[in-house]
Design a protein around this ligand. Structure first.
Ligand code: PDD
Length: 288
């Protein structure tokens, strides 16, 4: 554990404690079954970014899995704000997890239990200069409810390991010949001036960063189509980038060991990134 992590204060079931000291029972269904859901929320200048959108998705994940929502909106917001303040504001990344709780191992839950609620703060990785990455494509061998932000991420983890083994940072999933999403990101593709991202469906996570870019594309300077992207279109693209709350927008300049476009970060990425950054700047001004 690095110094920042061991010194950081986390929230576990109503208690505030040093991350290094926080402990969960081995019978927690998150540990036994991966029976939990999570969110990753970026914080800029002490303010949680797109918090209502993250809380909407949290509520949707809880409702879809039937895990009891332990808090109302106001209580979630105050725990998150307290966590940010306790960890000295500024820029950070909040990880929030809710599992179904602790019970004897049985697929079915036979008794009422309290969900386990855990939140921690980590350094934000997206700070610093934009760095382009390489990606690989892999068959999408995940389940059919990838719209739920579940902690059961074995397929995603295996895919990121495979990407890493091949010297790449991200794996882009292909289902039935079409791009779904990255193992931990949503995908955008540019060809001949058209920007496309796969449409929302149970096959992908409704990424908060993705949805923000789509929202910003309703302005005059950015047009993004939500449309299917074939594996060939991906390979043939002029530009590709991926988005996530952890890393914001990241250009992908090589896929399966071949350059995308001319192998450099392209003009559409820069344009979209500057519109996104301008939105963030206005957000920080309004909130501070
Ligand atoms: N992952 N798709 C998948 C499978 C993801 O895991 C993520 C984010 C995204 C992007 O969603 P958002 O823009 O809301 O972060 C898409 C997080 C950051 C993670 O697991 O660390």
């Amino acid at each position: 554990m690095n110094e920042f992590m061991s010194g950081s204060i986390c929230y576990l079931n109503g208690n505030w404690e040093a991350l290094a000291d926080a402990k969960v029972s081995v019978l927690d269904r998150g540990f036994i079954f991966g029976d939990g859901i999570y969110e990753v929320i970026p914080v800029f200048s002490g303010i949680a970014f797109r918090l209502p959108e993250h809380l909407n998705r949290l509520e949707e994940s809880l409702a879809a899995t039937g895990i009891k929502n332990p808090f109302n909106r106001g209580a979630w917001v105050s725990i998150i704000n307290q966590l940010v303040a306790t960890n000295h504001g500024g820029d950070q990344s909040i990880y929030l997890q809710v599992t179904r709780g602790i019970a004897p191992r049985n697929h079915v839950l036979l008794e009422e239990v309290q969900p386990t609620v855990f939140l921690m703060s980590s350094p934000l990785v997206s700070n610093g200069p934009t760095t382009a990455i390489a990606a690989i494509t892999l068959p999408d061998f995940r389940w059919q409810r990838c719209d739920i932000k579940t902690t059961s991420l074995l397929a995603n983890v295996m895919s990121r390991f495979e990407a890493s083994r091949l010297g790449s940072e991200e794996a882009i999933f292909i289902r039935d010949g079409f791009v779904t999403e990255g193992a931990s990101s949503n995908v955008f593709v540019v060809k001949s001036g058209r920007i496309k991202t796969p449409p929302l469906s149970p096959g992908i996570l409704p990424g908060v960063t993705r949805n923000l870019l789509v929202e910003l594309s309703r302005g005059p300077d950015l047009v993004i189509e939500q449309a299917m992207v074939s594996k060939d279109e991906l390979a043939d693209a002029d530009e590709v980038w991926v988005t996530s709350s952890g890393r914001e927008m990241v250009p992908v300049v090589r896929i399966d060991d071949r350059p995308i476009g001319n192998g450099d970060v392209g003009p559409f990425f820069h344009e979209a990134q500057s519109i996104y950054r301008e939105f963030k700047r206005r957000f920080s001004e309004l909130e501070n």
